[in-house]
Write a protein that binds this ligand. Structure first.
Ligand code: MF3
Ligand code: CO
Ligand code: CO
Length: 247
């Protein structure tokens, strides 16, 4: 779906607000000792209380309302009875469906007192998103966003994950185009006014290579280094700044 009408924009905004509310609820709930299924329950309850559906649940067989990825897990961590502990970093990625529209966003949260290195990693994922966002404008190309994210990340000494990408979003969670976090400017799909995309840098403190656990979902760094994730759903405008729907 290329978002065009104001009605469609409103639909995307409303779904995105649900996602943001669920992220906020997760953030308030996270303290040392809570398990990741407990965090997931808070996310699911928040989404449902707002009349929306947790669309990751059942997506290609994924079992939960959120992906909760701790420390060296980059994305798609499955909630479990494992408790988070002081010093951990926890990425929470949430997708919600409201009135036929999808919203999708992720944040990495610090649990209790985390190291300076972890705080910097978390901040760098956010800053990489905003570096990419500067190029999210009509007339540009997906590769402009991708190269800006990569440049920022690598300049600051972090690795940028290549196996997974951002994406278009609309009535479906994943729509064309793919929005990678590495690449060359001037390449890839053209960015058009009204296009709705998720820009989502996944960055690592060490090497960018990742592996998938035997559960078929959990993506972790090959070298065991920590990872951070920062994602928003945005609409590209004809002129001026893009609109971030999940802030
Ligand atoms: N929210 C993820 C994304 O950013 C996708 C979730 S995969 C699922 O694209 F299986 F958990 F739904
Ligand atoms: Co997501
Ligand atoms: Co996404």
């Amino acid at each position: 779906m290329i978002v065009k009408t104001e009605k469609e924009r409103e639909g995307m905004r409303a779904a995105s607000r649900v996602v943001k509310a669920a992220l906020d609820a997760a953030e308030r709930f996270i303290v040392p000792g809570v398990t990741t299924v407990e965090i997931d329950r808070v996310v699911e309850q928040t989404i449902r209380s707002l009349g929306a559906i947790p669309s990751s649940k059942g997506f290609q067989g994924y079992p939960n309302a959120s992906c909760i990825s701790v420390n060296d897990v980059v994305v798609h961590g499955i909630p479990s009875l494992m408790a988070v502990k002081d010093g951990d970093i926890v990425s929470v990625d949430i997708t919600a469906l409201l009135n036929g529209y999808q919203g999708d966003a992720a944040r990495t949260f610090a649990v209790g007192n985390v190291s300076e290195a972890n705080l910097k990693l978390i901040a760098a994922a956010k800053d990489a998103f905003f570096a990419g966002l500067e190029h999210a404008k009509a007339g540009g190309r997906v590769g402009d966003i991708a190269s800006a994210v990569q440049l920022y990340t690598e300049l600051h000494g972090y690795g940028v994950v290549r196996a997974l990408t951002g994406h278009g979003i609309g009535h479906k969670m994943h729509e064309p185009p793919e929005v990678p976090n590495f690449g060359r400017r001037g390449t890839g799909s053209p960015l058009k006014a009204g296009l709705c995309i998720c820009i989502e840098p996944m960055i690592t403190a060490g090497d960018w290579r990742v592996k998938v656990d035997r559960d078929g979902w959990t993506v972790r760094t090959m070298d065991g280094s920590n990872a951070a994730h920062y994602e928003n759903t945005v609409i590209i405008n004809a002129d001026g700044a893009p609109e971030i729907l999940t802030l």
